[in-house]
Design a protein around this ligand. Structure first.
Ligand SMILES: C[S@@+](CC[C@H](N)C(=O)[O-])C[C@H]1O[C@@H](n2cnc3c(N)ncnc32)[C@H](O)[C@@H]1O
Length: 225
C-alpha cells in the first residue's frame, strides 16, 4: 500500500474518532469518485473552486491533476488535524482552516478576484448527518459566495431515490460511482435555472469534444458506471 494512502487513512481515522458526525464517512473518497468530480470542474477553466470539507485531500489531488491551477483552488476544512495534513500534503495551496457554516466570513479574507470569481463549490460535507440548521446555514453561504453561472457539486452515499435537492439551487444532473466505499452519487446544482438548463443541454448532446462530455451525457440520463 503506498505510504501516502497509509498516512491519509491514519489521519482520517483519527479525525473520525475526534468527530464522527462531522466526518460522516468511513474512509476517504476513492480516486474514481474524486476524478469524476474533478473532470467536471476542469471543463470550465478560469474560475475559483471552493472545496468544502477537503478531508485528506483525495478530491483536492484529483482537481489539481485534472488541471485546476493551485491559485484557483481553495480547500476549506474544519478539523485542525486534517487542515494540518492538507497543508503538508499541498504546500502550494491556500488551505483554509474554517467552518463551512460561515462561508461569507471564511471567504472575506480572500483577494477580491477570488471572492467574486467562485465558479464551483465542491462539497464533501456530510449534509445528511449534520444538524438541519447547520445545513441551512451552509446552503445560504453557498448561494451567497457562488458566482451567477456557478455550480455546486455534492456527493452522497444515499444513491437511490429521486431527484436530489439543495436549498435554493436548481438540479442539473447526477452520476453514480460504484467504485467508492460505499458507492456514491454525485449531484450537480446551479444557482440559476438557465445554467442548469445549459448543463442539461450540453450533457444530453452527442459527445463531440471527448471523454468528459460523453461521461456526463450518460450521467445526465442517470446511467451509472
Ligand atoms: C466525508 S469527509 C471528507 C472526505 C474527503 N473527500 C476525503 O477524501 O478525505 C467530510 C469532511 O468534512 C469536514 N467538515 C464537516 N463539517 C464541516 C464544516 N462545517 N466546515 C468545514 N469542514 C467540515 C470534516 O472534517 C471532514 O473532513
Amino acid at each position: 500500500m503506498p505510504i501516502r494512502l497509509i498516512q491519509s487513512l491514519a489521519v482520517f481515522g483519527k479525525a473520525l474518532l475526534d468527530n464522527p458526525r462531522e466526518v460522516g464517512a468511513a474512509c476517504p473518497s476513492s480516486p474514481q469518485l474524486a476524478r469524476r468530480i474533478a473532470r467536471l470542474v476542469a471543463r470550465q477553466p478560469g474560475g475559483h473552486v471552493l472545496e468544502l470539507g477537503a478531508g485528506t485531500g483525495a478530491i483536492t489531488h484529483a482537481l489539481l491533476s485534472a488541471g485546476v491551477e493551485p491559485e484557483r483552488l481553495l480547500p476549506v476544512e474544519r478539523s485542525a488535524r486534517l487542515t494540518e495534513h492538507l497543508r503538508k500534503r499541498f504546500p502550494q495551496l491556500n488551505v483554509i482552516h474554517g467552518d463551512a457554516r460561515f462561508l461569507p466570513d471564511v471567504t472575506a479574507s480572500l483577494p477580491r478576484k477570488a471572492r467574486q470569481g467562485i465558479t464551483h463549490v465542491v462539497s464533501s460535507l456530510p449534509l445528511r448527518s449534520l444538524p438541519p440548521q447547520d445545513v441551512d446555514q451552509i446552503m445560504d453561504g453557498v448561494r451567497s459566495v457562488l458566482g451567477t453561472e456557478g455550480l455546486f457539486i455534492q456527493y452522497t452515499y444515499a444513491i437511490g431515490g429521486g431527484t436530489a435537492s439543495a436549498k435554493g439551487l436548481h438540479w442539473c444532473g447526477r452520476a453514480v460511482v460504484w467504485l467508492n466505499l460505499p458507492p456514491a452519487r454525485v449531484d450537480v446544482f446551479a444557482l440559476e435555472p438557465q445554467t442548469a438548463a445549459a448543463f442539461a443541454r450540453r450533457a444530453s448532446a452527442p459527445a463531440k469534444h471527448g471523454h468528459a462530455e460523453a461521461e456526463w451525457a450518460l450521467s445526465a440520463r442517470d446511467v451509472s458506471c
